[in-house]
Design a protein around this ligand. Structure first.
Ligand code: PEP
Ligand code: MN
Length: 338
Protein backbone atom coordinates (compact mmCIF):
# COMPACT_ATOMS: atom_id res chain seq x y z
CA UNK A 1 0.00 0.00 0.00
CA UNK A 2 1.23 3.53 -0.66
CA UNK A 3 -0.24 6.56 0.99
CA UNK A 4 0.17 9.68 -1.10
CA UNK A 5 0.06 12.85 0.99
CA UNK A 6 -1.29 16.16 -0.19
CA UNK A 7 1.25 18.67 -1.47
CA UNK A 8 1.00 20.81 1.67
CA UNK A 9 0.84 17.98 4.24
CA UNK A 10 2.38 19.00 7.58
CA UNK A 11 5.08 16.99 9.40
CA UNK A 12 2.45 16.16 12.08
CA UNK A 13 0.09 14.75 9.46
CA UNK A 14 2.88 12.64 7.98
CA UNK A 15 3.81 11.40 11.47
CA UNK A 16 0.24 10.43 12.18
CA UNK A 17 0.09 8.32 8.98
CA UNK A 18 3.38 6.67 9.93
CA UNK A 19 2.05 5.96 13.43
CA UNK A 20 -1.18 4.38 12.17
CA UNK A 21 0.76 2.09 9.82
CA UNK A 22 3.07 1.01 12.62
CA UNK A 23 0.13 0.49 14.95
CA UNK A 24 -1.41 -1.89 12.42
CA UNK A 25 1.79 -3.96 12.48
CA UNK A 26 3.28 -2.88 9.16
CA UNK A 27 6.58 -1.16 8.49
CA UNK A 28 6.28 2.44 7.22
CA UNK A 29 8.88 3.86 4.82
CA UNK A 30 8.71 7.56 4.07
CA UNK A 31 9.76 8.91 0.71
CA UNK A 32 10.04 12.67 0.59
CA UNK A 33 9.74 13.85 -3.01
CA UNK A 34 10.25 17.36 -4.30
CA UNK A 35 6.51 17.90 -4.61
CA UNK A 36 4.91 15.50 -2.19
CA UNK A 37 5.58 12.83 0.38
CA UNK A 38 4.63 9.22 -0.09
CA UNK A 39 4.53 6.62 2.70
CA UNK A 40 4.80 2.94 1.88
CA UNK A 41 3.28 0.41 4.22
CA UNK A 42 5.31 -2.77 3.98
CA UNK A 43 3.92 -6.05 5.20
CA UNK A 44 0.63 -7.87 5.23
CA UNK A 45 -1.83 -5.39 3.69
CA UNK A 46 -4.84 -7.24 5.12
CA UNK A 47 -3.91 -5.71 8.47
CA UNK A 48 -4.74 -2.29 7.01
CA UNK A 49 -8.24 -3.19 5.93
CA UNK A 50 -9.87 -1.59 8.96
CA UNK A 51 -7.52 1.42 9.08
CA UNK A 52 -9.10 4.45 7.37
CA UNK A 53 -5.82 5.75 5.94
CA UNK A 54 -7.42 7.50 2.97
CA UNK A 55 -9.47 9.76 5.24
CA UNK A 56 -6.66 10.84 7.58
CA UNK A 57 -5.77 14.53 7.54
CA UNK A 58 -3.25 15.44 4.85
CA UNK A 59 -3.79 12.24 2.85
CA UNK A 60 -4.64 12.51 -0.82
CA UNK A 61 -5.10 8.81 -1.57
CA UNK A 62 -4.16 5.32 -0.44
CA UNK A 63 -3.31 2.94 -3.26
CA UNK A 64 -2.38 -0.71 -3.34
CA UNK A 65 0.97 -1.40 -5.03
CA UNK A 66 0.16 -4.18 -7.44
CA UNK A 67 3.76 -5.21 -8.18
CA UNK A 68 5.17 -7.82 -5.77
CA UNK A 69 8.22 -5.61 -5.36
CA UNK A 70 7.08 -2.42 -3.68
CA UNK A 71 9.96 -0.05 -2.98
CA UNK A 72 11.61 -0.88 -6.31
CA UNK A 73 8.47 -0.15 -8.28
CA UNK A 74 7.56 2.88 -10.34
CA UNK A 75 4.19 2.82 -8.61
CA UNK A 76 5.91 3.64 -5.34
CA UNK A 77 8.34 6.15 -6.75
CA UNK A 78 7.43 7.89 -9.95
CA UNK A 79 10.67 9.82 -10.53
CA UNK A 80 13.94 8.18 -11.55
CA UNK A 81 16.31 7.53 -8.68
CA UNK A 82 19.67 9.24 -8.96
CA UNK A 83 22.70 8.23 -6.92
CA UNK A 84 25.38 10.78 -6.15
CA UNK A 85 28.97 9.76 -5.78
CA UNK A 86 31.21 12.80 -5.31
CA UNK A 87 30.52 14.91 -8.42
CA UNK A 88 29.21 11.90 -10.26
CA UNK A 89 25.49 11.29 -10.64
CA UNK A 90 24.28 7.82 -11.61
CA UNK A 91 20.86 7.81 -13.24
CA UNK A 92 20.98 11.39 -14.51
CA UNK A 93 21.43 12.65 -18.06
CA UNK A 94 25.09 11.62 -18.12
CA UNK A 95 25.83 7.95 -18.69
CA UNK A 96 28.47 6.56 -16.33
CA UNK A 97 31.25 4.34 -17.63
CA UNK A 98 32.64 1.67 -15.33
CA UNK A 99 35.77 0.05 -16.68
CA UNK A 100 38.75 -1.97 -15.53
CA UNK A 101 40.02 -5.51 -15.24
CA UNK A 102 37.89 -8.47 -14.24
CA UNK A 103 40.07 -9.05 -11.20
CA UNK A 104 42.66 -6.97 -9.41
CA UNK A 105 46.03 -8.49 -10.27
CA UNK A 106 49.18 -6.51 -9.47
CA UNK A 107 49.30 -2.98 -8.09
CA UNK A 108 51.16 -1.65 -11.12
CA UNK A 109 48.91 -3.29 -13.66
CA UNK A 110 45.77 -2.06 -11.92
CA UNK A 111 47.05 1.51 -11.80
CA UNK A 112 48.16 1.47 -15.39
CA UNK A 113 44.75 0.13 -16.56
CA UNK A 114 42.99 2.65 -14.29
CA UNK A 115 44.96 5.50 -15.81
CA UNK A 116 44.19 4.40 -19.34
CA UNK A 117 40.44 3.93 -18.76
CA UNK A 118 40.31 7.29 -17.05
CA UNK A 119 42.04 8.95 -20.00
CA UNK A 120 39.49 7.28 -22.28
CA UNK A 121 36.59 8.77 -20.32
CA UNK A 122 35.67 6.12 -17.74
CA UNK A 123 34.19 7.57 -14.57
CA UNK A 124 34.36 4.52 -12.27
CA UNK A 125 37.06 1.87 -11.91
CA UNK A 126 35.97 -1.75 -11.66
CA UNK A 127 38.02 -4.66 -10.31
CA UNK A 128 37.24 -7.77 -8.33
CA UNK A 129 39.18 -8.69 -5.20
CA UNK A 130 36.80 -11.50 -4.23
CA UNK A 131 36.03 -13.48 -7.35
CA UNK A 132 33.08 -15.85 -7.72
CA UNK A 133 34.79 -18.60 -9.73
CA UNK A 134 33.00 -21.67 -11.01
CA UNK A 135 35.99 -23.85 -10.11
CA UNK A 136 37.45 -23.86 -6.60
CA UNK A 137 40.84 -24.44 -8.22
CA UNK A 138 40.73 -21.20 -10.23
CA UNK A 139 42.19 -17.88 -9.03
CA UNK A 140 39.88 -16.62 -6.29
CA UNK A 141 41.05 -13.00 -6.16
CA UNK A 142 43.59 -11.22 -3.99
CA UNK A 143 41.11 -10.44 -1.21
CA UNK A 144 42.21 -7.67 1.15
CA UNK A 145 45.41 -7.05 -0.78
CA UNK A 146 43.32 -6.44 -3.90
CA UNK A 147 41.11 -3.99 -2.02
CA UNK A 148 44.18 -2.07 -0.94
CA UNK A 149 45.34 -1.86 -4.55
CA UNK A 150 41.92 -0.50 -5.49
CA UNK A 151 42.23 2.18 -2.82
CA UNK A 152 45.65 3.08 -4.14
CA UNK A 153 44.29 3.26 -7.70
CA UNK A 154 41.57 5.64 -6.49
CA UNK A 155 44.18 7.79 -4.75
CA UNK A 156 46.27 7.95 -7.92
CA UNK A 157 43.45 8.52 -10.44
CA UNK A 158 40.59 10.02 -8.44
CA UNK A 159 38.24 7.37 -9.89
CA UNK A 160 35.71 5.88 -7.46
CA UNK A 161 35.86 2.08 -7.36
CA UNK A 162 33.30 -0.69 -7.57
CA UNK A 163 34.10 -4.16 -6.29
CA UNK A 164 32.18 -7.34 -5.54
CA UNK A 165 31.16 -8.71 -2.16
CA UNK A 166 30.51 -12.43 -1.82
CA UNK A 167 30.34 -12.89 1.94
CA UNK A 168 28.65 -10.62 4.49
CA UNK A 169 31.63 -11.21 6.80
CA UNK A 170 33.73 -9.12 4.39
CA UNK A 171 31.38 -6.14 4.54
CA UNK A 172 33.42 -3.93 6.94
CA UNK A 173 36.57 -4.54 4.90
CA UNK A 174 34.86 -3.84 1.58
CA UNK A 175 33.17 -0.74 3.03
CA UNK A 176 36.60 0.59 3.92
CA UNK A 177 37.79 0.42 0.31
CA UNK A 178 34.84 0.46 -2.12
CA UNK A 179 32.74 3.37 -3.31
CA UNK A 180 30.09 1.08 -4.79
CA UNK A 181 29.44 -2.47 -3.60
CA UNK A 182 28.70 -4.99 -6.32
CA UNK A 183 26.57 -8.06 -5.76
CA UNK A 184 27.33 -10.50 -8.55
CA UNK A 185 24.98 -12.57 -10.68
CA UNK A 186 25.68 -15.72 -8.67
CA UNK A 187 24.62 -14.06 -5.45
CA UNK A 188 21.53 -12.30 -6.73
CA UNK A 189 19.37 -14.55 -4.60
CA UNK A 190 21.68 -14.76 -1.60
CA UNK A 191 19.02 -13.07 0.49
CA UNK A 192 21.04 -12.73 3.69
CA UNK A 193 23.82 -11.04 1.74
CA UNK A 194 21.30 -8.68 0.12
CA UNK A 195 19.85 -7.72 3.49
CA UNK A 196 23.25 -7.20 5.11
CA UNK A 197 24.48 -5.02 2.28
CA UNK A 198 21.15 -3.16 2.34
CA UNK A 199 21.39 -2.50 6.06
CA UNK A 200 24.37 -0.22 5.50
CA UNK A 201 23.09 2.96 3.95
CA UNK A 202 26.36 4.66 3.24
CA UNK A 203 27.54 2.96 0.04
CA UNK A 204 25.52 2.50 -3.15
CA UNK A 205 24.96 -1.08 -4.29
CA UNK A 206 24.98 -2.47 -7.82
CA UNK A 207 22.98 -5.67 -8.09
CA UNK A 208 23.63 -7.90 -11.08
CA UNK A 209 20.91 -9.99 -12.65
CA UNK A 210 21.14 -13.69 -11.85
CA UNK A 211 22.21 -16.17 -14.49
CA UNK A 212 18.64 -17.20 -15.25
CA UNK A 213 16.60 -14.75 -13.24
CA UNK A 214 13.39 -13.23 -14.52
CA UNK A 215 13.08 -9.48 -14.22
CA UNK A 216 10.51 -9.97 -11.48
CA UNK A 217 12.97 -12.08 -9.48
CA UNK A 218 15.66 -9.48 -10.18
CA UNK A 219 13.48 -6.67 -8.83
CA UNK A 220 12.46 -8.73 -5.81
CA UNK A 221 16.15 -9.16 -5.01
CA UNK A 222 16.64 -5.39 -5.30
CA UNK A 223 13.66 -5.10 -2.96
CA UNK A 224 15.62 -6.96 -0.25
CA UNK A 225 18.32 -4.29 -0.35
CA UNK A 226 15.78 -1.46 -0.38
CA UNK A 227 13.70 -3.02 2.39
CA UNK A 228 16.79 -3.20 4.59
CA UNK A 229 17.08 0.57 4.27
CA UNK A 230 19.52 1.32 1.47
CA UNK A 231 17.87 3.43 -1.24
CA UNK A 232 20.98 3.72 -3.42
CA UNK A 233 20.50 0.64 -5.54
CA UNK A 234 21.30 0.19 -9.24
CA UNK A 235 20.39 -2.76 -11.43
CA UNK A 236 22.84 -4.40 -13.83
CA UNK A 237 21.84 -6.50 -16.82
CA UNK A 238 24.78 -8.82 -17.62
CA UNK A 239 23.23 -11.42 -19.88
CA UNK A 240 21.22 -14.50 -19.09
CA UNK A 241 21.63 -18.18 -19.93
CA UNK A 242 19.97 -19.32 -23.11
CA UNK A 243 20.42 -22.20 -25.58
CA UNK A 244 22.94 -20.09 -27.57
CA UNK A 245 26.57 -21.16 -27.28
CA UNK A 246 28.33 -18.67 -29.57
CA UNK A 247 28.26 -16.12 -26.78
CA UNK A 248 28.86 -16.76 -23.08
CA UNK A 249 25.35 -15.54 -22.22
CA UNK A 250 22.67 -13.68 -24.14
CA UNK A 251 22.43 -9.96 -23.44
CA UNK A 252 18.79 -9.22 -22.72
CA UNK A 253 18.69 -5.64 -23.94
CA UNK A 254 14.93 -5.47 -23.69
CA UNK A 255 15.54 -5.60 -19.94
CA UNK A 256 16.53 -1.92 -20.17
CA UNK A 257 13.19 -0.47 -21.33
CA UNK A 258 11.25 -3.03 -19.30
CA UNK A 259 13.10 -2.24 -16.06
CA UNK A 260 12.75 1.46 -16.87
CA UNK A 261 8.98 0.99 -17.01
CA UNK A 262 8.70 -1.18 -13.91
CA UNK A 263 11.24 0.52 -11.68
CA UNK A 264 12.76 3.90 -10.84
CA UNK A 265 16.24 2.47 -10.17
CA UNK A 266 19.24 3.30 -12.43
CA UNK A 267 20.08 0.63 -15.00
CA UNK A 268 23.61 -0.43 -15.89
CA UNK A 269 24.49 -2.82 -18.73
CA UNK A 270 27.55 -5.09 -18.67
CA UNK A 271 28.08 -6.37 -22.22
CA UNK A 272 31.41 -8.04 -21.29
CA UNK A 273 29.97 -10.85 -19.17
CA UNK A 274 27.03 -11.13 -21.55
CA UNK A 275 28.96 -11.87 -24.73
CA UNK A 276 32.18 -13.29 -23.24
CA UNK A 277 34.26 -12.44 -26.31
CA UNK A 278 36.04 -9.14 -26.73
CA UNK A 279 35.03 -8.71 -30.39
CA UNK A 280 31.33 -8.59 -29.48
CA UNK A 281 31.62 -6.19 -26.56
CA UNK A 282 31.65 -2.90 -28.49
CA UNK A 283 28.52 -3.49 -30.62
CA UNK A 284 26.50 -4.49 -27.56
CA UNK A 285 27.85 -1.59 -25.49
CA UNK A 286 26.71 0.80 -28.20
CA UNK A 287 23.32 -0.90 -28.40
CA UNK A 288 22.97 -0.58 -24.63
CA UNK A 289 23.53 3.17 -24.83
CA UNK A 290 20.91 3.39 -27.58
CA UNK A 291 18.50 1.29 -25.47
CA UNK A 292 18.69 3.82 -22.64
CA UNK A 293 21.16 2.42 -20.11
CA UNK A 294 22.30 4.80 -17.37
CA UNK A 295 25.71 3.19 -17.23
CA UNK A 296 27.93 0.71 -19.03
CA UNK A 297 30.38 -1.65 -17.33
CA UNK A 298 33.22 -2.96 -19.49
CA UNK A 299 36.18 -5.18 -18.73
CA UNK A 300 39.38 -3.60 -20.01
CA UNK A 301 42.86 -5.12 -19.77
CA UNK A 302 46.19 -4.00 -21.18
CA UNK A 303 47.40 -7.62 -21.62
CA UNK A 304 44.28 -9.78 -21.99
CA UNK A 305 46.32 -12.91 -22.74
CA UNK A 306 47.93 -12.59 -19.29
CA UNK A 307 44.70 -11.79 -17.42
CA UNK A 308 44.03 -13.94 -14.34
CA UNK A 309 40.42 -14.32 -15.44
CA UNK A 310 38.04 -13.36 -18.24
CA UNK A 311 40.86 -12.43 -20.63
CA UNK A 312 38.76 -13.52 -23.63
CA UNK A 313 36.26 -10.78 -23.06
CA UNK A 314 38.64 -7.98 -22.07
CA UNK A 315 39.00 -5.13 -24.54
CA UNK A 316 42.28 -3.30 -25.00
CA UNK A 317 42.58 0.28 -23.72
CA UNK A 318 42.92 1.65 -27.28
CA UNK A 319 39.75 -0.17 -28.37
CA UNK A 320 37.97 1.10 -25.27
CA UNK A 321 39.01 4.64 -26.14
CA UNK A 322 37.55 4.31 -29.64
CA UNK A 323 34.38 2.75 -28.23
CA UNK A 324 33.86 5.65 -25.79
CA UNK A 325 33.97 8.09 -28.71
CA UNK A 326 31.33 6.07 -30.56
CA UNK A 327 29.13 5.67 -27.47
CA UNK A 328 29.36 9.43 -26.94
CA UNK A 329 27.87 10.08 -30.38
CA UNK A 330 25.10 7.53 -29.80
CA UNK A 331 24.37 9.05 -26.38
CA UNK A 332 23.85 12.42 -28.04
CA UNK A 333 21.39 10.91 -30.50
CA UNK A 334 19.23 9.64 -27.63
CA UNK A 335 19.45 12.90 -25.63
CA UNK A 336 22.04 11.65 -23.18
CA UNK A 337 25.67 12.54 -22.56
CA UNK A 338 28.92 10.71 -21.96
C1 PEP B 1 32.18 -9.48 -12.47
O1 PEP B 1 31.63 -8.41 -12.72
O2 PEP B 1 33.38 -9.59 -12.27
C2 PEP B 1 31.37 -10.72 -12.42
C3 PEP B 1 31.82 -11.80 -11.83
O3 PEP B 1 30.19 -10.59 -13.04
P1 PEP B 1 28.87 -11.51 -12.96
O4 PEP B 1 28.48 -11.58 -11.53
O5 PEP B 1 27.91 -10.72 -13.81
O6 PEP B 1 29.21 -12.84 -13.57
MN1 MN C 1 34.80 -10.91 -15.20
Amino acid sequence: MIIVLKAGATPEEIESVVGRIRQAGLEPQVLRGTERTVVAALGDERLLQSVPLATLAGVEEALPILAPYKLASREFKHDDTTISLGNLVIGGKKIVLMAGPCSVETQDRLISIAESVKAAGATILRGGAFKPRTSPHAFQGLGEEGLEYLSEARRKTGLPVITEIMDPRDLPLIMAHADIIQIGARNMQNFRLLSEVGAQREKPVMLKRGLSATLKEFLLSAEYILAAGNTQVMLCERGVRTFETETRNTLDLSAVPVLRKLSHLPIIVDPSHAVGKSCFVAPMAKAAVAAGADGIMIEVHSHPQEAYCDGDQAVLPADFTRLVGQMRRIAQAVDREI
